[in-house]
Design a protein around this ligand. Structure first.
Ligand code: HEC
Length: 163
């Protein structure tokens, strides 16, 4: 169990899932080529682009990320309990695209001179809106599929940027 968790976390954060699960890990939808990186090898430098942010901002950003993780957990639980209204509300209110999120993503994007940060951030938030739409419509299967795609989009940014 511990080993499984480690591999799962390694996939999410490092984006270099080459252990055990093989090349098929990317799933059927083609959205995730988890990549053939060898970043798990000690001594091999991390080739992702560093976001040049002050240490304090990095701490804040990581705290926000952990909140996102909590939100994914809460959404998953709500769906499993067939509380699709709750899942829709969580996705919309905590992860949806709105002026506040736009401001936050834009600020990082501009500060780091990385326009792609905004694009990748927006991709996550608009997928959350899609999830919420399916949840409110009572379509559990589509909501779960959107959740899967949402997680891939989280990872989409993790594959490109690091602190
Ligand atoms: C636009 C970019 C971007 C998006 C989108 C994004 N992240 Fe992150 N995330 C980062 C960066 C950058 C880090 C810092 C990585 C590092 O420490 O090198 C990070 C780190 C994390 C961490 C580690 C936090 C810690 O305490 O070290 C978690 C957990 C995380 N993200 C979850 C998520 C989840 C869940 C989503 C989607 C809902 C998401 N992220 C979407 C950029 C992003």
């Amino acid at each position: 169990m511990k080993k499984f968790l480690f591999i799962l976390l390694a996939c999410l954060f490092v984006g270099g899932c080459t252990i055990g699960m093989g090349a098929g890990t990317g799933g059927r939808n083609g959205g995730v080529s988890i990549g053939a990186s060898t970043e798990l090898n000690a001594g091999n430098p991390d080739k992702r682009r560093e976001l040049k942010l002050p240490a304090k901002v990095k701490v804040k950003q990581k705290a926000m990320m952990r909140k996102h993780m909590q939100t994914l957990s809460d959404i998953t639980r709500a769906i499993s309990e067939n509380d699709l209204q709750e899942a829709g509300t969580l996705a919309r209110d905590r992860l949806g695209w709105n002026e506040k999120e736009e401001k936050k993503c834009k600020a990082v994007s501009e500060k780091t001179n990385e326009p792609e940060f905004l694009e990748l951030g927006m991709a996550v938030h608009t997928k959350a809106d899609e999830l919420s739409k399916h949840a409110f419509a009572g379509d559990k299967d589509k909501a779960i599929l959107a959740l899967s795609e949402l997680i891939n989009r989280c990872n989409g940014c993790h594959k490109v940027f690091r602190h």
